[in-house]
Structure formats: structure tokens, C-alpha cells
Design a protein around this ligand. Structure first.
Ligand code: ADP
Length: 497
């Protein structure tokens, strides 16, 4: 009998480039994805390497790093490539080390004043050049990827730079949020010596400036975003952030792949941040987490009062303005509201001021705390995500697993993951509203509170449905394998998009 030929989808070499990855450094959903998807691909027998800037926090978290390359052709800035392992998964990680650009405390994109680092154009051009050099095996690593998977504007230049190489790997670009585009001036572009041939309307130029995200959108062999609904929405002017024309043009290369949840990190049965563990079969631990959360945050211990949680960036995208508009009326009800987040200083101040008026009912925490985020997911009864748009959203997926019923707007990934109560007690997993209007949010919350109060059995059934949802990474990782295959087919056809 003839020997079977090895499967072509196996053992692809994948270079996964991102500007954040949990647990090295994280500001939002991109960090969760870049920390979990490469590991899920690795579990599918792929040869995956993660590449990130060598931020101080990332270097400290890995600890054990060795220098694997000092070289980089054609770049005025000397840099080193460090190699380590992603804690938890053991996945190989390369860190692009240029201390002047990345060895600083705090947020990867923003200074302590909350504004973008003034040298972001230079930082992410440098990172993109390093990623391209690794992708073209110019760093002496003796490893050449089949596919380079880039994520968001910080890596947008990579597919553009690769398009200029005579022989290159396939490229995939994932849009985690179209509104963040990495727009810089022509002066920056020239000063950084970025290739003149990429400065075209079809290329990086964007209304007289350079948009790094366009490098991904225009030049990657395949594009995707992180939910099927958002993949449709971004082709329209309302959601397209002035890039919908380009996305419609590239529509045959654009798909939606829903993010997964990392259930090693987000599972109430073993979550290391929780004082009490629980499962769908035994919810006493959830009640105990609620009491513990009330104690932790100085709220009255009240097991019967519905606790509403929100964790996220406090920006207009997340509907914080709508929440602010309804909070005074909502807080007339017997409820407790717990908020964790940071973002727009005006929203932070308004929320803190409001909470000051209702110390027994509303508790606002400004900052970033992984542990508190988990404890809110576990201790709350309802989780709020009234987003104006939402590429995927992870917190509602975590909420489902924690039996904390999500209240969401029907948009993007929220529409793809939460089923409204009106679908009936066999199918409902939460509460969904349509209009981006405070009244719609308040009405839906009141509807949810009524169910909580009047129909405990119905409430428990919805919890059961929610906790039974499975959004693990395995399925999504397989969809990415298909996407890589398509990208390789297009790349080997030899045409630059
Ligand atoms: P986005 O990527 O738009 O910020 P997602 O819902 O996709 O939103 O992902 C947000 C991720 O960041 C979740 O893991 C959430 O728990 C986390 N997160 C957001 N803000 C905070 C915060 N202030 N403290 C801790 N975790 C946070």
C-alpha cells in the first residue's frame, strides 16, 4: 500500500505579529487574542512564533531571554532580537529590542498623560521592518515562515513592505478595530524613509497622510475581522471609518472569524483570580463571589440585589455616554452597579462624580486590573456592553461562561454571540437591544431586572443556556488555518494584491 502523503495544512510555519499579547502586556481584546490564538494553532500542530516589541513589561514577564540576532539590514537603528517563551503555553516568542523605542514603563501606545507616544510612527515602523526582516529570513534565524499573520495598524506596514520583496511569504491581516488606523504625517513618512512607491492612494496614502492600517488592508493576501457581522458592517459607510470603499474592493479577500475565549484563563471552575469556584451544576460559588465582590468594593452585602457589572475601555465606542445618561434613573432601582475601566478623562470624571452621589449603589474603579475584571465577571448578575460598534467583544463571551447575563447592543460580535430573552427560555442567553439610544438601553435593563425579580426559574434557565455556550479557540483556529491556506494560494499565484 502506498504511503500517505503528509497533509499540506499541517506544520505551516506561521509568524504571528502583534503589538500586545497576554500575559506579556495587554490593553484590550487584541492582547487576549494574540495570547491565545497562536497557542491554539500550536495545538493544531502548526509551527508558530509570536513576535512583539520588547516592551519593558513584556521582558520582565518573560524573564529568561536570550539574544538570537543582532543584525538588521538597511536600518539606521541597531536592534536585537530576543527569544523567550510565552508563560503558560511555552510558545516561542521573539521580542524586537530597541530600548529607545520600547523599554519604557506603562501603556504600549500612550504616555502617562493619556496621549499617544509622540514617536509612535517611528516605533511601529521599526517594529514592522523587523517583522519583515524576520519574515524574509534576513535576521539569521534559519527559519522562514509560510505565512505572516499581522494584527491591527501597528503591524499594518508589514504586508506593504513584504509586497516589495521578490520572494515573500503569504500575508494575512486581521482587523481588530477599524477605527484605530495609525495615521501619521507625510513628514513622518519621509523622515522614516518609508518606500516612496507605497505612497499612493491605493497604497498607504490616506487623505494626504499615511495610514499604517492601509498597508494591511491594501497589500495582505487575505483579510479578516473578528466576527462575521462586523465583516459585513465595515463594508458600509456607517462603520467603514472612510475605508469602506477599499474594503468593498477587496471584498472577495475579506472574511469574518469570531474570536474564541481562552477558557484556561476564563473559566469559573478554575479561575485563579476568584475566591470561590463554581459551575453550571453548582452555582453557590457564584453567590459567594458576589458577596466577596461587594465586600472588596465596600458595597452593602445584599445577595438579593441585582449586581450589574461593566469592564472595559471608557470610550464612546463602548456606549459609556449612553450609560451615563441612564445611570441616574437606573440607580433609583434597587440595584448595585460596578464599573472597572479607563479611557476618556471626561467619562472617567463623570462616572466618579455620579458614583459619589450613590455610594451604596454605584462603585467606579478607574484603572486596569486583570484580577478585578475576573471577579466582576464572576460576582455580577448582569454584564453591560452597550457598544455603538463592536468588532467582536470578549467580555460578553466571558460573561456567558460565568453565568453573568450580558446586556448588549445588536452590533458586530455582540450580535453574533448573544441571543435575546425573546428567543425563548430554551435559547436565550442574555438581553439584546437595537437602537444606539439611552432609552433602548434602559428599557432592556429594566426588562432584565424584571425577569431577575419575578422569574428566578426562568433566570436560572438563561444562566444554564449561557454557561453551555462554547466559544473555545479550537474552531476559530481551524478557520484561521483555512485563511492561511487561501493566502498561500494567492501569494503563490505571484501577484501582489
Ligand atoms: P476591546 O478590545 O475593544 O477593548 P474586548 O471586549 O474585545 O474589548 O476586550 C477587552 C479585554 O480587555 C477583556 O479581556 C477585558 O476584561 C479587558 N479589559 C478592558 N479594560 C480592562 C480594565 N480596566 N481592567 C482589566 N481588564 C480590562
Amino acid at each position: 500500500m502506498a504511503k500517505t502523503v503528509s497533509h499540506p495544512a499541517k506544520n505551516n510555519k506561521i509568524l504571528f505579529a502583534a503589538s500586545e499579547a497576554h500575559p506579556l502586556i495587554k490593553t484590550g481584546g487584541l492582547g487576549d487574542v494574540a495570547g491565545a490564538l497562536p497557542a491554539a494553532l500550536h495545538d493544531l500542530e502548526q509551527d508558530v512564533r509570536l513576535i512583539l516589541p520588547a516592551y519593558r513589561e513584556a521582558m520582565q514577564t518573560i524573564g529568561d531571554l536570550k539574544v538570537v540576532s543582532l543584525r538588521m539590514q538597511n536600518d539606521p537603528h541597531p536592534l536585537r532580537l530576543l527569544e523567550g517563551q510565552l508563560p503558560g503555553s511555552g510558545l516561542p516568542v521573539w521580542l524586537v529590542d530597541s530600548p529607545r523605542h520600547f523599554d519604557r514603563a506603562g501603556n504600549p501606545y500612550l504616555g502617562a498623560d493619556g496621549r499617544d507616544w509622540p514617536d509612535n510612527a517611528e516605533r511601529y515602523a521599526l517594529f514592522a521592518r523587523a517583522v519583515s526582516a524576520v519574515a524574509l529570513d534576513q535576521m539569521g534565524l534559519a527559519w522562514r515562515p509560510d505565512v505572516v499573520h499581522c494584527n491591527d495598524w501597528q503591524t499594518g506596514l508589514v504586508p506593504a513592505l513584504l509586497s516589495l520583496a521578490p520572494a515573500r511569504p503569504a500575508s494575512v491581516f486581521t482587523i481588530h478595530n477599524l477605527a484605530y488606523q495609525g495615521v501619521f504625517t507625510t513628514a513622518d513618512y519621509r523622515r522614516l524613509g518609508l518606500p516612496a512607491e507605497l505612497w499612493t492612494v491605493e497604497g498607504l496614502e490616506f487623505y494626504g497622510q499615511a495610514a499604517y492600517i492601509k498597508g494591511g488592508l491594501a497589500y495582505a493576501d487575505m483579510l479578516n475581522t473578528v466576527s462575521p457581522t462586523y465583516a459585513e458592517e465595515i463594508r458600509t459607510p456607517a462603520f467603514g471609518c472612510q475605508l469602506d470603499g477599499l474594503l468593498r474592493r477587496r471584498g472577495d479577500r475579506l472574511v469574518g472569524i469570531l474570536n474564541g475565549a481562552d477558557y484556561h484563563e476564563w473559566d469559573p471552575e478554575r479561575d485563579r483570580h476568584l475566591p470561590h469556584h463554581y459551575s453550571a451544576a453548582s452555582l453557590q460559588g457564584k453567590a459567594a463571589n458576589k458577596t466577596a465582590l461587594q465586600r472588596e468594593l465596600g458595597l452593602p452585602r445584599a445577595p438579593e440585589v441585582p449586581l450589574i457589572g461593566l469592564v472595559g475601555r471608557l470610550v464612546e465606542q463602548k456606549g459609556v455616554d449612553m450609560l451615563l445618561a441612564i445611570l441616574p434613573e437606573l440607580l433609583q432601582q434597587p440595584v448595585q452597579v460596578v464599573i472597572l475601566g479607563s479611557g476618556d478623562p471626561a467619562f472617567e470624571t463623570a462616572l466618579l462624580t455620579l458614583a459619589g452621589h450613590y455610594p451604596q449603589r454605584c462603585q467606579v474603579n478607574i484603572g486596569f486590573s486583570e484580577g478585578l475584571a475576573h471577579r466582576i465577571e464572576a460576582g455580577a448578575d448582569l454584564f453591560l456592553m452597550p457598544s455603538r460598534y463592536e468588532p467582536c467583544g470578549l467580555n460578553q463571551i466571558y460573561s456567558l461562561r460565568y453565568g453573568t447575563l450580558p446586556v448588549v447592543r445588536r452590533t458586530g460580535g455582540l450580535a453574533d454571540t448573544v441571543t435575546d430573552w425573546t428567543a425563548g427560555p430554551d435559547r436565550a442567553t442574555g438581553f439584546v437591544f437595537d437602537a444606539a439610544a439611552p432609552r433602548a438601553l434602559l428599557d432592556t435593563l429594566l426588562r432584565a431586572l424584571q425577569l431577575y425579580r419575578d422569574d428566578p426559574a426562568g433566570w436560572r434557565r438563561v444562566i444554564g443556556n449561557a454557561m453551555a455556550c462554547d466559544y473555545s479557540w479550537r474552531q476559530s483556529a481551524k478557520a484561521y488555518l483555512d485563511l492561511y491556506q487561501q493566502a498561500m494560494t494567492h501569494a503563490s499565484a505571484g501577484k501582489t494584491p
